[in-house]
Design a protein around this ligand. Structure first.
Ligand code: XMP
Length: 305
């Protein structure tokens, strides 16, 4: 386990050395990884920091407003890039390709914002599992293997690249970040795009967003899972009223884990699953079925793509 005070001291020193007199863009998503990096950078190079939050259009309900509110005091620039991301994803159904397109879009948005402010370095909250899974060919995390080969930044700084998620949370505590951030469920950078199988369309994103909202509403407070969410698997038949319909099949996932490298599905009470299925099919009319995923990681992954 990481020695948090010592880690913080050396990370601040490293950021100072790497950034020098330049300006640095931090990609802040509001998750614990990027929040820890932002706080380290604020302590290291304060005024040289440009904090950016990109609304990719693939975020959960209320996420952008929540983050703008939470980070109000560090002059977070909120960039609305939903149309740009959705346009780039049009027609793409291969999971790796989707991640690459998203990784590239993120960088292009950061580059544009960096040009406006004169920043030359990029600071990212990449953690150890992101790197091993990308390097091991399991999948390209959007911020590692999904990044374009050519970019306008002279340096990419990744202060928490050797930490596991549980260690990042310990560092967050030592930095006195609010408990809401410290214990926040992970949400992947590619957002709802990895929670819809195949091509990302505006309709699928809306359904996934609503379903994720319901799942979190029913599970997070009561069961405090490591992660829970809903994913859109595809179309299946159902009956609504007197009609046979072809509607979305939604998978519900709730897992416990230490570091995201392995995970176990939570044995949710049947009544909770029943409530979730009833709410999703009633509140989202285009959903025909709801299933609960009982596969551990491995052999499954936590996300669907
Ligand atoms: P998997 O699906 O690989 O996920 O079992 C492990 C953890 O990583 C998150 N995840 C990502 N996070 N960019 C991220 O920032 C990504 O491309 C990405 N893919 C997966 C996932 O939500 C889980 O917590």
């Amino acid at each position: 386990m990481v020695n948090a005070p010592r880690f913080i001291e050396s990370a601040i020193r490293e950021i100072r050395e790497e950034v020098g007199n330049e300006r640095v863009v931090i990609a802040l998503s509001g998750g614990v990884d990027s929040s820890v990096c932002a706080e380290l950078a604020r302590r290291a190079v304060g005024g040289q920091l440009v904090a950016i939050y990109v609304d990719t259009g693939l975020m959960r309900k209320g996420e952008t407003e929540r983050i703008a509110h939470l980070f109000g005091d560090i002059q977070l620039q909120v960039i609305q890039a939903g149309e740009e991301f959705l346009a780039a994803l049009r027609g793409i159904s291969d999971p790796e390709q989707k991640r690459k397109v998203i990784g590239e879009r993120f960088i292009r948005v950061f580059e544009r914002e960096a040009r406006k402010t004169g920043a030359t370095c990029l600071l990212q909250g990449t953690i150890y599992p992101d790197r091993i899974e990308s390097e091991g060919g399991i999948k390209s995390h959007h911020n590692v293997g999904g990044m374009p080969a050519k970019m306008a930044f002279s340096k990419v700084i990744e202060p928490i690249r050797d930490l596991y998620k549980d260690e990042v949370r310990v560092v967050a505590g030592e930095l006195s970040l609010p408990p809401e951030i410290q214990h926040r469920m992970p949400f992947p950078g590619p957002g709802l795009a990895v929670r819809v199988i195949g091509e990302v369309t505006p309709e699928k994103v809306i359904v996934a967003r609503e379903a994720n909202w319901i799942v979190e509403d029913e599970i997070v407070e009561k069961y405090r899972p490591w992660q829970c969410f809903a994913a859109l698997l595809g179309l299946g038949t159902g009956v609504k009223g007197d009609n046979r319909v072809h509607g979305w099949v939604v998978a519900v996932r709730a897992v416990n884990s230490r570091d995201g490298m392995t995970a176990d599905p939570i044995r949710l009470p049947y009544e909770v699953l029943d409530t979730i299925a009833s709410r999703i099919t009633a509140e989202i009319p285009s959903v025909a079925r709801v299933v609960y995923d009982i596969t551990p990681k491995p052999p499954a992954t936590i996300e669907y793509e």
